[in-house]
Design a protein around this ligand. Structure first.
Ligand code: AHG
Ligand code: MN
Ligand code: MN
Length: 336
């Protein structure tokens, strides 16, 4: 029997291998692991909390109001970062503005974290996989002062680490620090994330496509051509691809990471920038995709080279196996 490597051990080994690593990033990743174990536990009880406790008047045993799970997750991660001491501020999907932590320890923190605490939250009520996505940057403002807007709107190519947690049939944490991608599965019996998917690589091609095809008539013609190519018997597999759309970006992305595939959330006539948010959905997954040999673009240009202007800005998103994203981009280019 080979020895299990826990996330903790793995992160520490990574730190030892890089002389520039100071231990702060290590502690942030550990904070994320702890917070995500707590969220995982809450997610696993989602139906009970909503339907049993909720039925008794929306208050729990302590008399607190039941909160939506995405707010619960948001608070859990914020708490982890605020009290961890390495992070000077955060931005999250659940907060209109970024949060600059006020304690002296936090003001001395060198990093900011941007995150989507619960992705795919419309799937909670129907017991379908959901996730968390996070992105870590070095601050650009002065250490010792409050975090600023400029710390938050850095280009994706400046990320020092990014990852996601998938609350699926098991709970997994997948992350990169720019040196490949590694995946860890939570063993609930010991409460540890254990290395289960070392050095993850996304297949260069695949035959799974994920798009909300309800939008097919309101997306651009080049994309309609690409979807027709996926469905055709004259494509690179000489047989129609399979359509797979969970409606949880993390789950759709993770499946494509392992099996090979493409995920598309395009611009449409009703949502000209698409739906997904650049800072805490697209950039972190783009970093992981590229580290695993995949690609992430808007259909026209690289996601990680976009200069963000706003915290919650949206971008069209094409992510997945390299050959598939390139083919989709060539279909779009052909109609422009
Ligand atoms: P969130 O739950 O964080 O708001 O994100 C939902 C996202 C993403 O997870 C999913 O792929 C997409 O929205 C689904 O959108 P549609 O229902 O428009 O397909
Ligand atoms: Mn989301
Ligand atoms: Mn969300």
């Amino acid at each position: 029997m080979s020895k299990v490597t826990t996330l903790n051990e793995f992160i520490l080994e990574g730190q030892a291998a890089h002389s520039f690593a100071t231990g702060e990033l290590t502690r942030i990743l550990n904070d994320i692991a702890v917070a995500s174990k707590i969220v995982s536990r809450d997610v696993r009880r989602a139906g009970l909390v909503d339907h049993i406790l909720g039925a008794q008047g929306n208050t729990n045993v302590q008399g607190e109001e039941q909160q939506k799970l995405d707010v619960v997750a948001d608070e859990q991660f914020i708490k982890a970062f605020e009290y961890g001491g390495e992070v000077c501020g955060i931005a999250s999907e659940e907060n209109d503005d970024f949060v600059a932590f006020q304690s002296e320890t936090s003001k001395n923190g060198k990093y900011v974290v941007l995150f989507d605490p619960l992705d795919g939250s419309s799937n909670i009520d129907v017991n379908v996989s959901i996730g968390t996505i996070f992105s870590i940057y070095k601050r650009v403002s002065t250490i010792g002062e409050e975090a600023t807007f400029e710390d938050m709107i850095q280009m994706g190519n400046q990320q020092v680490a990014a990852g996601y947690v998938l609350y699926g049939s098991s709970t997994m944490l997948v992350y990169t620090t720019g040196d490949g991608v590694n995946g860890f599965t939570l063993d609930p019996s010991i409460g540890e994330f254990c290395l289960s998917h070392p050095n993850m690589k996304m297949p260069v091609k695949g035959r799974l496509y994920a798009m909300n095809e309800g939008n097919i008539n309101i997306c651009e013609e080049g994309l309609r051509d690409y979807i027709a190519y996926c469905q055709s018997s004259e494509n690179d597999y000489q047989a129609p691809y399979s359509g797979r759309y969970i409606g949880s970006l993390v789950a759709d992305f993770h499946r494509n990471m392992i099996k090979g595939g493409i995920y598309i959330y395009p611009e449409t006539t009703t949502a000209p920038e698409g739906r997904l948010r650049l800072l805490y959905e697209c950039n972190p997954l783009a970093f992981i995709a590229e580290q695993a040999g995949g690609l992430a673009t808007t259909g026209r240009k690289r996601i990680m080279d976009i200069q963000p202007q706003q915290l919650h800005e949206r971008v069209p998103f094409y992510i997945g196996s390299k050959n598939m994203v390139e083919k989709a981009m060539s279909c779009i280019a052909a109609k422009n």
